[in-house]
Design a protein around this ligand. Structure first.
Ligand code: UTP
Length: 292
């Protein structure tokens, strides 16, 4: 498993006005753009080839992983060697490529743009507005588990989480068949069902390991929910002929595509940082005391 695809061509309408003239995926969470978390996560799972699906006005996504001669020279001259190493390391993380999605026709359509780059290999998809942090001791490593399950079963694997039944209508929901442990077989995924119609509370999250046959399924997929080409619909199509499994992930994943979620994610990610945890905890305690 070498190749990861990161769709980053959406309009980010839930995050206006910040996303009017800049990519949502470049908005920082603490001190890193969202897309960097996704690339680092793919690299942790052993991938060394990353394809960014971008669009007009999102050149900063590519620049972020490229050399920055003038900045590097300035950091070197002023002795800011830690910062220099940090930005140089970004260019060595993985081979980062990009392809354009000419029109925002949906998440599935963005993934379809990866076809010629991916070729005939299985590949990963990571949604950058859901951040999976570096696991703390005892926490599962999501992407690594998807790779292991793919290697064991030969099938495609989607990540799911158990959510409250009243929240299922925000997600793609899996109709599960028993398999083993924290893995179920996917009979179907239904996009945004009403709670009374949902077959389970297993909600699809933005991490996938997919067989290359998914691209044929995407070719046959017509616009679905929101009039967009949905990856979920293509995975359903794939499941008719290829095994699809779901891994029930019981670790942290932070949404950053919506405003309140973004604030919560920023606080939680700061609390997981050695350099920030203590002052942020103190600040929160002070704030809570003030409200009480
Ligand atoms: P989202 O629905 O979270 O992103 O898609 P969005 O469409 O940019 O956001 P809103 O709903 O308007 O606020 C999940 C991921 O898929 C990408 C997005 O960039 C995001 O990373 N995406 C979505 C595309 O690449 N192309 C699309 O046509 C749609």
């Amino acid at each position: 498993m070498r190749k990861a695809v990161i769709p980053a061509a959406g309009l980010g309408t839930r995050f206006l006005p910040a996303t009017k003239a800049q990519a949502k995926e470049m908005l920082p969470v603490v001190d890193k753009p969202q897309v960097q978390y996704a690339v680092e996560e793919a690299v942790r799972a052993g991938m060394d080839d990353v394809l960014l699906v971008t669009s007009r006005g999102k050149g900063a996504l590519e620049d972020h992983f490229d050399r920055a001669g003038e900045l590097e020279a300035r950091l070197e001259a002023s002795g800011k060697l830690d910062e220099l190493e940090e930005i140089r390391a970004l260019t060595r993380l993985a081979r980062v490529h990009s392809v354009r999605q000419n029109e925002p026709l949906g998440f599935g359509h963005a993934v379809a743009q990866a076809r010629s780059h991916v070729g005939g290999e299985p590949f990963a998809v990571l949604v950058p507005d859901e951040i999976v942090p570096v696991p703390l001791p005892g926490e599962p490593a999501l992407m690594q588990r998807l790779v292991e399950i793919h290697e064991e079963t030969g099938g495609s694997v989607v990540a799911v989480q158990e959510v409250a039944m009243e929240d299922v209508s925000a997600y793609g929901v899996v109709t599960p068949e028993p398999f083993r442990g924290d893995v179920v077989r996917v009979a179907e995924i239904v996009e945004k069902p009403a709670p009374q119609d949902a077959a389970s509370n297993l909600a699809s999250r933005g991490r996938y390991l997919l067989a290359p046959e998914l691209f044929d399924a995407l070719d046959r997929t017509t616009p679905g929910v929101g009039n967009e080409i949905q990856l979920t619909d293509a995975i359903n199509e794939l499941a008719k002929t290829h095994p699809v499994y779901a891994y029930v992930y019981r670790g942290p994943i932070f949404d950053v595509g919506k405003k309140l979620d973004y604030v919560k994610a920023t606080v939680q990610l700061a609390l997981r940082r050695d350099d920030l945890a203590k002052p942020v905890r103190e600040f929160l305690a002070e704030l809570v005391a003030r409200f009480e």
